[in-house]
Write a protein that binds this ligand. Structure first.
Ligand code: FPP
Length: 222
């Protein structure tokens, strides 16, 4: 969800307003994706590297996250959205952790769409935690090192209960993955758009899905 800062700058507004508009886009895209029948969607909201941003900006982002969960939880329940978090979110402020745990619990029975929010997420950190988890299993004798397979790794990632990643969208013209779903993106189709996240709307999402629909996916075969 890149480009909030540039969107604000172009309009001579404070960065915080770019993030605020970014949340409105989140709300709209979650609704639209649900209506379009998207089964699962992951939003990169706060990376493990975003702690390097100024304290004030981090605080603005956490405030927006609080507001978003509080204001939209009932809509998730109503629309069958299951909320999930990937990343090590337990280090966030205690009230946010409690709010997230409550929202996850309240929506755990929903099955129309899974909305995963990546918080304090970094793909390399996720893989490191997965390796540590598997190593524990080896240590306790639960699994032999030579028996470790791809399923064990996929199953130890934060996305274990999510379907395979089909399409990865990055906004704002940057052509990087920036430590997002690196393992999961092995055969994902990539879609890059110049559009800044606050301007990403239903038409943009339809364009991305239309492009995805024309791709020939071979998964390494001919
Ligand atoms: C990148 O834009 C965006 C972020 C680091 C934050 C994304 C967060 C939100 C949209 C709000 C919180 C999310 C939820 C789910 C409530 P940037 O600031 O790097 O933009 P720039 O590259 O133009 O400066």
């Amino acid at each position: 969800m890149d480009g909030n800062g540039r969107w604000a700058k172009r309009k001579h507004l404070p960065r915080a307003l770019g993030h605020k508009k970014g949340v409105e886009t989140v709300r709209n895209i979650v609704r639209v994706a649900g209506k379009m029948g998207v089964e699962a969607m992951t939003l990169y909201a706060f990376s493990s590297e975003n702690w390097n941003r100024p304290e004030e900006e981090i605080s603005d982002l956490m405030g927006l996250l609080r507001q978003y969960i509080q204001s939209d939880i009932d809509e998730f329940v109503e629309n069958g959205v299951r909320l999930k978090v990937i990343g090590n979110y337990r280090v966030l402020d205690a009230d946010i952790v409690a709010m997230i745990d409550n929202a996850i619990e309240k929506t755990s029975g929903n099955s129309k769409m899974t909305l995963a929010v990546a918080l304090n997420y970094g793909s390399q950190d996720e893989m490191l935690r997965a390796v540590q988890h598997i190593a524990q299993g080896v240590k306790s004798g639960e699994i032999q090192p030579e028996a470790i397979n791809l399923g064990h790794i996929a199953g130890a990632l934060d996305t274990a209960d999510m379907p395979p990643l089909d399409l990865l969208i990055r906004t704002s013209g940057e052509l990087r993955l920036s430590n997002f779903l690196l393992w999961q993106a092995a055969y994902a189709e990539l879609y890059f758009t110049e559009t800044l996240w606050p301007d990403f709307d239903q038409v943009e999402l339809e364009r991305a899905l239309e492009s995805f629909g024309h791709r020939e996916r071979r998964f390494g075969g001919r």
